[in-house]
Design a protein around this ligand. Structure first.
Ligand SMILES: [Zn+2]
Length: 197
């Protein structure tokens, strides 16, 4: 898998178009109170992608209820942003996965490829995938869809193995499927842990 795909503007324009679709669906659904939604995007300065990504593609799409007294925030899922994390979701998946496997990439190498990402940040992503993500309600249900493939490797490498087992390792379509798959964790409360009983 080539890390350079994640530095191409075309890739992020492609992912942005998917986020726009999520946003359209959320807007059409409206607020749970029945009110209509107004655009209220969050300006972001995402890292790890192309250096010259036009600003319009860096916003986290979001809405606010128009109804006085409600004004609730509605933020649709995203294939670009993983909650409040600064780096793009695909970067967080790929870098953490590249630290795994039989021949893990050196931290130095990954830092160079993804714009001098801090070594401690990479370590935090690994903890996220190893400890936090598997505890989410989302994963406890969704892992079944990946069947046994997810058992063959540790996270997030397991996700790449599952979604890139067919075809071109640099396929945008495979990235699309993977990022849409994990997108339920990108909304508020999406990283909620399952309550143990
Ligand atoms: Zn409302």
């Amino acid at each position: 898998m080539d890390h350079r795909l994640l530095q191409s503007v075309g890739f992020w324009v492609f992912l942005f178009s998917i986020d726009k679709k999520f946003a359209t669906e959320a807007c059409e659904a409206g607020c749970p109170c029945g009110g209509r939604l107004d655009r209220a995007d969050y300006p972001r300065k995402p890292r790890g992608g192309p250096k010259s990504l036009p600003r319009e593609y860096t916003y986290r799409l979001s809405f606010c209820c128009r109804r006085e007294g409600c004004r609730k925030r509605v933020t649709p899922p995203s294939v670009r942003f993983l909650g409040r994390k600064v780096y793009f979701a695909a970067v967080i998946i790929l870098v953490a996965a590249m630290r795994q496997g039989p021949t893990p990439r050196r931290v130095q190498e990954l830092r160079r490829w993804f714009g001098d990402v801090d070594a401690r940040t990479i370590a935090r992503w690994q903890v996220f995938w190893r400890d936090q993500f598997p505890q989410t309600s989302f994963w406890k249900v969704a892992r079944g869809q990946l069947a046994l493939l997810a058992e063959l490797a540790t996270l997030p490498l397991a996700l790449l193995v599952a979604f890139f087992r067919n075809g071109d390792p640099n396929s945008r379509e495979n990235w699309r499927q993977l990022l849409v798959f994990v997108s339920p964790i990108t909304i508020t409360g999406g990283l909620k842990r399952e309550v143990s009983r």
